[in-house]
Ligand binder design. Structure first.
Ligand code: BT5
Length: 252
């Protein structure tokens, strides 16, 4: 474990990332926070140089390469309503999008509900978990990798491969945390509308024909947007259907 002050890397928040733990290796930064919930403060941020069991949704794997990828989690001890807590994943996606625009000068797309895409490749995934009313926001960003595991080599890319810009991982972390604190404050004070509008500006799925796996149900339709609750709006043969969670595949 290293003691690092993220202010030296551009952090300018009130509480997120002020308490920072950098681990050399861990199973998953989300799991680390869940296992140490009582001893960690609101806004505590845990990053790992290497995650040996990084996780995605539904127990899927998150692959990372030692030192070149950013994997971190933020603990939010918040009294937000349950409805708002479910929207934190979008505040996080919005923060990553704004970080990429600021540091790399390109505009990525948000793929509902929890991915960031550039040039049809996934560069970031987000996993929000709820434990004893606390929210753990886990974010994996492909920063400086130049190759990927066989399983994901066709779907993943890194910010370095796409832009040719190599960045200090801790700078990328600090700027993401700055935006994360501001998008979470926006969600708390102004509600979902400003976040939704920012996401819809570059909505990866807009107008696309998709197949959505939601629990045991499979639905096919055209994406019309996202509603005020963060639900995906589908047009299925002229009828509108709203979906609150699921995996979306584009139909070519
Ligand atoms: C996600 O799940 O995309 C959420 C990933 C969250 C990772 C962070 S890292 C810090 C924190 N600690 C954790 O243990 N997790 C969080 P999902 O939508 O289920 O997507 C998972 C799928 O993304 C996998 O099945 C792969 O197809 C793909 N994938 C895995 N690793 C990837 C990578 N590095 N880049 C792009 N795609 C990847």
């Amino acid at each position: 474990m290293s003691k690092i002050n993220l202010d030296d890397y551009g952090l300018s928040t009130d509480f997120i990332g002020k308490n920072f733990i950098l681990l050399d290796e861990v199973n998953s930064t989300n799991t680390y926070i869940i296992d140490n919930l009582d001893s960690l403060v609101n806004g505590c941020t845990v990053a790992a140089k290497y995650q040996n069991s990084g996780k995605g949704r539904l127990d899927r794997k998150w692959y990372t390469e030692k030192d070149n990828a950013l994997t971190f989690s933020v603990l939010l001890k918040t009294s937000m309503s349950t409805e708002k807590k479910l929207l934190i994943v979008f505040a996080a996606a919005c923060a990553v999008k704004l970080m990429i625009k600021k540091l790399y000068n390109i505009t990525p797309h948000v793929k509902w509900p929890n991915d960031i895409y550039i040039e049809n490749k996934k560069v970031c995934g987000i996993l929000c978990e709820n434990k004893n009313d606390n929210i753990i926001i886990g974010i994996g960003i492909n920063v400086n990798q130049d190759s990927f595991a066989e399983e994901i080599k066709d779907i993943a890319s890194s910010l370095w491969l796409i832009t040719g810009i190599k960045k200090d991982i801790l700078e990328v972390l600090s700027i993401t945390l700055n935006f994360l604190e501001s998008t979470i404050k926006t969600l708390e004070k102004e509600g979902f509308y400003p976040i939704k509008e920012e996401i819809l500006k570059n909505f990866y799925l807009q107008g696309k024909n998709v197949q959505v796996q939601s629990g045991k149900k499979k639905l096919e339709g055209k994406v019309k947007g996202m509603d005020d609750n963060g639900y995906l709006i589908l047009d299925i043969k002229g009828k509108e259907k709203k979906i609150n969670s699921g995996d979306v595949h584009i139909c070519f």
